[in-house]
Write a protein of this length. Structure first.
Length: 204
């Protein structure tokens, strides 16, 4: 199977999201699948793109048998809400654009991991453009978590985020959750057990 895996964060960046995405992709490769990861130019957590990736719109490399396609993002060490939003939107746009120039033969599935929530929207758009199924991974419930943490307070943005989350959940062929709590919360939203899958960290 040829899998197009979208994760905004990926090694050499460090963090739980990066580790999970790399381990998932590497395990899929070890099982005989072909995996292309679309991710950002490395900048996390400093907000400064590494020198070797600067002034590039697209970079393609191989890591542990995984084809990695990196896209330009608006990165800055100064983290305001507006700048974070531009950061997320820039990744969504550049990833969609770069997906149009992938050289690998037709993919069988798009696997998009969220948050950031706009990665899910990018995955949905790419899946529709390529006419293939979307699998949506939910590592945290957005916008609920952002609202509870006080990171998202404007009613309009909360409404838009809810609509995007509902759209991704509704349109995805399958939804992967990483905790039983998230699994149960999504079940309560009238998503069926046939559509939901639990893949916890360390249990792949």
């Amino acid at each position: 199977m040829r899998i197009l895996y979208l994760s905004q964060y990926f090694p050499p960046e460090v963090g739980a999201t990066q580790i999970r995405a790399h381990e998932m992709a590497a395990n899929l490769v070890s099982l005989g699948h072909q995996v292309t990861v679309m991710t950002e130019m490395p900048n996390h957590p400093s907000g400064i793109i590494r020198p070797e990736y600067r002034r590039k719109f697209r970079a393609v490399e191989t890591l542990d048998g995984i084809e990695v396609v990196r896209s330009w993002v608006y990165a800055t060490p100064y983290k305001t809400f507006r700048r974070r939003l531009i950061f997320y939107v820039s990744f969504m746009i550049t990833t969609i654009v770069n997906s149009l120039f992938l050289k690998r033969p037709r993919f069988h599935v798009v696997y998009a991991t969220s948050p950031p929530l706009l990665v899910g929207l990018a995955g949905l758009i790419i899946a529709r453009l390529k006419r293939i199924p979307l699998v949506f991974e939910v590592r945290d419930l957005w916008p609920e978590s952002a609202v509870e943490l006080g990171e998202l307070t404007h009613p309009r943005y909360i409404h838009w985020a809810e609509k995007i989350a509902d759209l991704c959940n509704a349109q995805a062929r399958g939804i992967v959750t990483v905790t039983r709590g998230i699994y149960r919360r999504l079940l309560a939203k009238n998503l069926t057990e046939e559509k939901l899958f639990l893949v916890q960290n360390g249990r792949l």
